[in-house]
Design a protein around this ligand. Sequence first.
Ligand code: ADP
Length: 694
Amino acid sequence: MKTLGDPRLTATWPERLRRALARQVDKLPWGAGRRSLWTALIALVLAVLVTLVWLAGRYEASQVQAELERDTADAVNDLRSSLSRQVQALQALQSGHFTPQTWQPEALGLLRGNRDWLRLEWRDKEWHLLSFADSPLRASAFERIARAETLNEANQACQRAKRFNGPAYSSTYFLPQNDGLGVEVMELCMPVTQAGELAGYMVVTYSLQELLTERLGSTFGRRNELSFIEPDGTRLAIAGAQRRERRVFTTQQLVDLPGNTLLLRMDGRRGEPDLFPNVLTALVTGMSIALITVMVLLAKDARRRLKAEHDLADALAFRKAMEDSLVTGLRARDLQGRITYVNPAFCQMVGWEADALMGQNAPMPYWPPEMVDEYQQRQAIRMAGNAPPREGFESVFMRQDGTRFPVLIIEAPLISVRGEQTGWMGAVIDISEQRRIEELSRASQERLQATARLATVGEMASLLSHELNQPLAAIASYANGSLNLLQDPQAVPQTLDDVHMALRRIAEQAERAGRVINSVHDFVRRRDQAREAVHPQALLDAITPLVNLQARKLQVRVVIRVDARLPLVWCDRTMVEQVLLNLARNGMQAMDTPSCRDRVLVLRVLRSTSPQDPAGIEFTVTDLGAGIVPEVAAQLFNPFFTTKAEGMGLGLSLCRTVVEQHGGQLGFEAHAPKGTVFRFTLPAAGHNATADTA
Ligand code: ADP
């Protein structure tokens, strides 16, 4: 039972959801905070993606670079072996015993075979030129500049060759040509030995350009640009493809030759398409695109959720405002009868806190102790599944301070979204004020009716005196006659009979006077309000003596017609009698004008012909008076409206209230050729009795 008092456990789910959401909504960094989180996330993801793409690119570049370096090393090896093969060819040439004349054709043969050789010279050991041959494949290289001017490098190479006793290469130098351009050349000096003695030198002038093209161009020149360069980067000779691609990979390697060292540079160019064929790069790029797409979708989803949260919070705030401003008390109970929800209006009504009511079951703290048994039975019936009347039922609740107050409860099954009944929802309206007003109006109604009745009585008193005159005069004359008879000394026994007769008349007249007085007395005294089944004839009989009193005074003929076999009327007898009396009196007064000759008042009772109340009984009061002019008709039923000097103007307004209280309607219409018909209906007893007990 302890848990029932705990509001956290007993609060209904919408209430819990509302509280939780309200907390979240208050805490949420709706604006800048959330946005900066998203910005940071996007920036991080972008950074990771860019790094991945960059790394993939770098990896690819390093692969290319490594490949290029392998190519360069291969090229250097190829070059070395080509040069050593040429040295061997030269050694073969020197081993034959040639004269300068026989040497030349051999030399030309070699020159033809080696396109990179510009000239081959044979010199003796004092370095005098014995013979030479220029390459037959091209114009002589020494046409522009005489050979004698370029011997310096060759000479130094031969000095070195002599020292090494083997081939030696000179440094490179520029040799201008006839066409205005020039070639970069290098000398190879090879000592010639005979019988172990130095006999001379073979000098080969190399074109570096041709050396590159011939020895490396076909193998490495297709994808790369090959060049010999100076240490400062100046290019001495270039060969191979010179494509203008965006990405250039460069590698350099030394070609170590005896006497000289060349620097071989290889530029590998790789174009745009090289970025994507790489599987890794393509994979990373694809994944990046997918990741960004997912992030965009997530962001959209988050925005939609945020909007939904906003809408939900708005809806809840609206619902709360609505609940708090309601004046009708709301109370929900589960199927076991425990309270699962109460709104502030309900709490205010009964004077208990919501927390104190939550989870409570019968007997509720707001039930008056004397009613607990009855209410418990009512709740048991309700829980057994019997729906309460749709229009609600009245009950009495008790405030915390013990005061009782009447309430109207409208209860309906509480149906969940899945269509199952989860309990009962009740709207509770405090009707104490309504009851107070009803009581006030009932009391004033009663006072008015009493006043009206007294007025009628006052009016009747004068009629009564007039009416009693006759029997009293008759009584007086009979009494005088009797006295005279009794004083007569010659009275004979017949006189006694006359006195008897006179006394009987006196008794009759006294009875008549008594009846008149009683009828008025009955009318004034009868106060019980209970409804009963009355025959229409009885209603008319009750008022006939009083109507007749006035009728005789005003010389009106009263005609009463009651249809045969009418059912009983279900009504408050006294009130209906007064209605009939008022209408009859008004009708008679309307005919009380000198111009009115035909003074007939017709009181009729028949079965109702009105379609609204076919089972009712209709009463009509018809006079042949002057009728009702429209100005009077407009305010006929207003209280205190009268056209008579001594009238109070309450008669018709009371008549209408009484008829309406009986569920009928009072109306009037002109009667042809003159006069007015007042008409009202009352329910028949059988019909109404059934309706009342239903
Ligand atoms: P009161 O009789 O005291 O004047 P009522 O409410 O009974 O008060 O009637 C209001 C007025 O309606 C009357 O003063 C009269 O002018 C008019 N009236 C009522 N009944 C008739 C009728 N049958 N014919 C003509 N006028 C009528």
